[in-house]
Ligand binder design. Structure first.
Ligand SMILES: C[S@@+](CC[C@H](N)C(=O)[O-])C[C@H]1O[C@@H](n2cnc3c(N)ncnc32)[C@H](O)[C@@H]1O
Length: 265
């Protein structure tokens, strides 16, 4: 993991060099449409307020729960107690990105959605709300964390979510086996090179030309940056969009020449 100074420097460089989608730099109608209709859409949708109010409650919840450590090799190791507020403050995608993920799902309308890393279920709730007709499977290895997410889904009246509990190493192969294809996946757990690439290679087996994969924290560490480079280079990946804190991967066959964009967000 990079130090906060290294990360700040990288972020500054991104801000200074990324395209803003206007003028030069984006020679792709698909990406231009993504920027104007999804990335920069400022609309507020019905469920935003309820989800953000739940996030605020979680940030003020000082109860402690047991959280397994998915350390090296992502094997369950030590259990330690953490405040729910600490998890809500450090693990959840911030509003800006959760709402962008909502808009991606709302705009492209994927039918089968997978999330690796439920945590307290905040981004999951955005996914569920963005397309209530979708089949949404979210995966979490920490049982007490998953239990809180399940309660949160009830509070928000979201019924289209299936939580799969367990280590991704064992649960992902069987989840993928049950699905003939995946339209959208948000990979937000176990941010290391080998596991990330392992999830990517499993997911491409069930990806279609219209599938969108979103990888979290692609610049968080040298390992994650290496994983991102390998993902971008994969022959079936035709388009990537780097938004610094997340990276979007597309397999569009209409895209004849591979393109990688870095867009300011
Ligand atoms: C960053 S949080 C997910 C945040 C959530 N997507 C959001 O934005 O609201 C990552 C979650 O993945 C879980 N996790 C990490 N490695 C895992 C593994 N190998 N198997 C199962 N769960 C894992 C952690 O317990 C943690 O709750």
């Amino acid at each position: 993991m990079y130090s906060s100074t290294q990360l700040a420097f990288k972020y500054l460089k991104y801000r200074l060099t990324a395209s803003n989608g206007k003028g030069h730099g984006v020679h792709s109608p698909f990406v231009f449409e993504f920027i104007t209709k999804v990335l920069n859409d400022k609309s507020s949708f019905d469920c935003f307020q309820a989800i953000e109010s739940l996030r605020r409650e979680l940030k003020n919840n000082n109860s402690r729960i047991s959280v397994p450590d998915f350390g090296a090799g992502s094997r369950m190791q030590l259990q330690h107690k953490r405040k729910i507020s600490a998890i809500a403050n450090s693990s959840l995608k911030p509003k800006k990105y959760s709402q962008l993920i909502f808009r991606i799902v709302h705009y492209y309308n994927p039918h089968t959605i997978l999330e690796l890393g439920t945590s307290l279920g905040i981004t999951t709730s955005y996914l569920a709300c963005a397309n209530p007709q979708a089949i949404l499977i979210t995966m979490e290895g920490a049982p007490e964390v998953a239990a809180i997410a399940a309660t949160n889904f009830k509070t928000l009246n979201l019924s289209n979510i299936k939580i799969v509990e367990g280590n991704f190493d064992t649960t992902l192969p069987s989840v993928i086996h049950q699905l003939s294809s995946i339209d959208f996946a948000f990979i937000d757990g176990n941010h290391r090179k080998e596991p990330t690439l392992n999830y990517f290679y499993r997911l491409i087996n069930v990806s279609k030309p219209s599938t969108i994969l979103v990888f979290d924290d692609i610049h968080w560490s040298m390992e994650m940056e290496q994983a991102w480079v390998e993902i971008k280079q994969h022959p079936s990946v035709t388009l990537t969009i780097d938004l610094f804190f997340i990276g979007l991967v597309f397999f569009r066959t209409e895209q004849k020449i591979k393109q990688d964009f870095i867009i300011r967000y």
